[in-house]
Design a binder for this molecule. Structure first.
Ligand SMILES: [Zn+2]
Length: 198
């Protein structure tokens, strides 16, 4: 079976570029400007991520589901729900963490003697957070496609590319009930699941 993260990497590359552009809006470091621009950047980032993640969910779902596809509206609801749910791997709720990142970014830039470095740091952290979200959305869309197809059991496949998960080796080819697929055991895990033909 093909690796479901190929599309994910394209989305991540696109999002990373868009975020980099957003942070160029920070042109002065006075408090009022930083606070207002921080809201602009993170609100816009949320919008872009929601839109691209919705497309990603639909693409992954449609390419794995055998007996139908997901509507754009349902893919959007699914994505929004993921953003509002606690993620046991990252240990946060995406929406809340995004808000915390915005506050920390504003505080850091306002308080630091090297505000330009704080901007770079915030950019890197936002890119990493959304990389993780794209991975998680891919995995969740895969589970949903199988579940909606009536698949009962799935097999864990440990990623074997350059992103190989050492931590996940013991899970390789383990079988799980579709209702009971365990969360990714660590950040940046690129494992996936395939269906067990009954
Ligand atoms: Zn893994």
């Amino acid at each position: 079976m093909r690796n479901p993260y190929i599309k994910t990497d394209k989305v991540i590359a696109y999002l990373s570029k868009q975020y980099a552009k957003l942070f160029r809006r920070v042109t002065s470091f006075d408090e009022l400007n930083v606070i207002s621009v921080s809201h602009e950047i993170y609100d816009e980032a949320l919008k872009i991520t929601e839109q691209e993640a919705t497309r990603l969910v639909k693409a992954v779902y449609d390419s794995y589901r055998e007996t139908g596809e997901i509507t754009a509206a349902d893919a959007h609801s699914f994505t929004v729900a993921l953003m509002a749910a606690y993620n046991p791997t990252t240990k946060y709720i995406y929406r809340n963490e995004l808000d915390r990142k915005r506050s920390r970014f504003a505080e850091g830039v306002i308080s630091s003697d090297t505000p330009r470095e704080e901007v770079e740091l915030a950019k890197r952290l936002l890119i990493a957070m959304n990389k993780q979200f794209a991975d998680d959305a891919t995995f969740e869309a895969l589970i949903k496609a199988f579940a909606d197809d009536g698949v009962k059991r799935v097999r864990w496949v440990t990623a074997v590319d350059d992103k190989r998960c050492k931590e996940c080796k013991s899970r390789h080819h383990k079988i799980y009930s579709i209702d009971n697929v365990p969360p990714k055991p660590h950040l940046h895990c690129r494992c996936y699941i395939e269906k067990v033909e009954e």
